[in-house]
Design a protein around this ligand. Structure first.
Ligand SMILES: *Cc1c(COP(=O)(O)O)cnc(C)c1O
Length: 379
């Protein structure tokens, strides 16, 4: 089955009890067990729910894995995955990961005795230098948030497996439409499904997939033990979103290309960050490991131009955190999504105060361009 067909017919494509084409919302916390002590497929809603299960099969399928797990948020998914590790384990982390992931690492996980080394995962030497005897995993994003840096997943997997540790990729920005880390050698892929997978800015959810039997057993145990599972209503909503991922991504990316061309030739714009920029540093790797370049563009306004005025004067594009919805969303990382990172570290990582991140939606591109033009005229 090809990818776009899998989005619609993958996983469990009809309800096994009734044949319903749309998997019903099984809004139940428990299931009748007909024989005392006999194994039954469904027992308790945290452990398993048929609606959630259909979603979990679907993410496994579209990521090229065997097992899927759905969580109450991307952050809950990340927490469950890090819970694979124990006091004294060492994990290498990309230096440009989601702000909330940094917060989880620094303010929560370190309290439980996990050790972390932060590296630029584009730099293979830096990764090799960071490896210790107790290194158990490398955790990375590609493209990163918000600077869209590209790391070579196959190459990192080669280094990791040679040194006997796991590769975990947060694939939120690329989506399974553009990139399948498991088929590139990663052991675990995860998503904030709140973004492109849901796609309509109406659900908060997280997904994990793996093809590894042993990791899947552990993840199932952790999902059930920690209990941060996705409810059946949100599981249904997410499946509904995923069915149109292909059609949405095609338009997202067409629009992003148009906006990128406009920004790249705009005199009020400094650096533009987009994986599809042929002059960009990660372009060749992106072209190799991704099927498309996504629809997030970050850019800096030229010195002295105020990002506050720029984003507040937009009429159509929403000033909001999050990304990946059908509506175009814009934000200033230094003030919004990345404000939890101390300013000196943020600047060192290249996230300037005048950096703007745009998640290009599926509106008519002429309307988007008109909106950008009028706000550029105002600054
Ligand atoms: C939003 C986001 C997360 C966190 O997901 P939530 O669903 O908000 O908990 C993790 N990683 C990336 C790349 C994100 O964009």
């Amino acid at each position: 089955m090809k990818f776009n067909t899998k989005l619609i017919h993958g996983g469990i494509s009809e309800d096994q009890a009734t044949g319903a084409v749309s998997i019903p919302v099984y809004r139940t916390s428990t299931f009748h067990q007909h024989k005392l002590g006999a194994e039954s497929k469904w027992e308790y809603g945290r452990t398993g729910n048929p609606t959630r299960n259909a979603l979990e099969q679907l993410i496994a399928d579209i990521e090229g894995g065997k097992y899927g797990f759905a969580f109450a948020s991307g952050s809950a998914a990340i927490h469950a995955v890090f819970s694979l590790f124990s006091n004294g384990d060492h994990i290498i982390v990309g230096n440009d990961v989601y702000g909330g992931t940094f917060r989880l690492i620094n303010k929560v996980l370190k309290r439980f005795g996990l050790e972390f080394t932060v590296v630029d995962t584009r730099d293979q030497q830096a990764i090799e230098d960071a490896i210790k005897e107790n290194t158990k995993a490398i955790y990375l994003e590609t493209p990163t948030n918000p600077l869209l840096k590209i790391s070579d997943i196959s190459e990192i997997a080669r280094i990791a497996h040679m040194n006997n540790f796991k590769v975990i990729v947060d694939n939120t920005f690329a989506t399974p439409y553009n990139q399948n880390p498991l088929t590139l050698g990663a052991d675990i892929v995860l998503h904030s499904a709140t973004k492109y997978l849901g796609g309509h800015s109406d659900v908060v959810a997280g997904l994990v997939a793996t093809a590894d039997d042993e990791l899947a057993d552990e993840l199932f145990f952790l999902q059930n033990s920690i209990g941060s599972v996705l409810g059946p209503d949100d599981s249904w909503l997410l499946m509904r979103g995923i069915k149109t991922l292909g059609v949405r991504m095609r338009v997202h990316q067409e629009n992003a290309q148009i906006i990128f061309d406009y920004l790249k030739n705009n005199k009020k714009v400094g650096q533009v960050y987009y994986p599809g920029d042929p002059d960009g540093e990660g372009y060749e790797i992106a072209k190799d490991q991704m099927h498309g370049f996504g629809a997030i563009i970050s850019f800096e306004l030229k010195d002295g131009l105020d990002p506050k005025t720029f984003v507040e004067n937009l009429q159509l594009v929403d000033l909001a955190e999050s990304l990946g919805g059908i509506e175009s969303l814009i934000e200033v990382p230094a003030v919004m999504t990345h404000s939890a990172i101390p300013r000196d570290i943020r600047l060192k990582n290249g996230i300037k105060d005048e950096l703007i991140r745009l998640s290009v939606g599926v509106e008519d591109p002429e309307d988007l361009l008109d909106d950008l033009k009028q706000t550029f005229a105002s600054i």
